[in-house]
Design a protein around this ligand. Sequence first.
Ligand code: PMP
Length: 455
Amino acid sequence: RYQSLAYNRVLEIHKQHLSPVLTAYFSEPLLLHQGHMEWLFDYEGNRYLDFFSGIVTVSVGHCHPKVNAVAQKQLGRLWHTSAVFFHPPIHEYAEKLSALLPEPVIFLMNSGSEANDLAMLMARAHSNNTDIISFRGAYHGCSPYTLGLTNVGFYKMELPSGMGCQSTMCPDVFCGPWGGSHCRDSPVQTIRKCSCAPDCCQAKDQYIEQFKDTLNTSVASIAGFFAEPIQGVNGVVQYPKGFLKEAFELVRERGGVCIADEVQTGFGRLGSHFWGFQTHGVLPDIVTMAKGIGNGFPMAAVVTTPEIAKSLAKRLLHFNTFGGNPMACAVGSSVLEVIKEENLQENSQEVGTYMLLKFAKLRDEFEIVGDVRGKGLMIGIEMVKDKTSRQPLPREEVNQIHQDCKRMGLLIGRGGTFSQTFRIAPSMCITKPEVDFAVEVFRSAVIQHMESQDK
Ligand code: PMP
């Protein structure tokens, strides 16, 4: 039992002294004390199965013993800047990460927003163009620069930010006007809006026409196009098969560069591939990464080609005091080792597919579970009023199911424009019995909700 500060005092301090925009996920905020692998414990010793891993941040498990041991060793040896000295952890890390991408040049940073800031700068420095496009619903960060790329309503402020950024329609298979098929190779089919066969689905072509329209009408000179391989914050949104490939070609024809934001999708989470972009059969010019890269330790990276790196270096000295510091690099190396040693990418594939199929059964059972989608251990469950209208289930009703899951010991995330989608992205070490538990909890919460509505 955690006694250092009473629960109510914590709430008071939070209210008085911490940023008022730091909001708690639950009506009764969770006061965490300890984490172990896929489990979290609150200050009263209650145990929760963590199926959201702190917004897709903990990749190999909370306080993983190997990562902890490496961090402790480095803590006792050197923690310092990497900006003006050399130290072996950064070179060891660069060697390990570079084995996972072709001909990479690596810039190490501290957060996803910082990484995307730098990627924007690189795209402009290399292309000599200005405009950058991203999807509606995209989340790429909250810094003044990346806010221009982030197109989720409640993060937008009535303040100038992200000059030169344009949004384009998100080719959302479930909510978009034409539907489409992303899932020829997925065991779970989204119930499609269009009647064409998945193998020759024309919805993708309609979305590509929209994309061309943005390029032709809203963009003066294209510097770059940002895309998450699967949108996270927007509710695990997938695009029609083949869309990204064609979109990348259109951007490159016009002199822009293509950027994959792998902050949520990278490091084996999607199971079939180590990087999300590989699932689309594309190779971006710039890849940004954060969150899972350090298993929760602040760390991020921008990886690009030697040519783009040179374009940046020609123009300025890019300086970052803590990016690539010895602690982060030691942690990052051990995360890569653990993913390999414990076959966590394979586990994402196997356990993720198992989970997707189990949740898909709930979609078939309940009218309010409109869609179940995703890949590996990145799964979205879209809650609707009914399957025909696809209107979002009202926020308070989604809230109730969310809180009930927590009450029964399961933590899951939320996303989507109306906060209507449950997001599931656990540490990659989870097991099938834990999935069984999570699905049963979720099912009970949905049943309780429906019973409460009937009264
Ligand atoms: N890109 C994506 C896809 C993200 O999900 C996030 C964080 N939610 C970011 C960038 C920004 O990362 P950070 O919060 O570390 O700045």
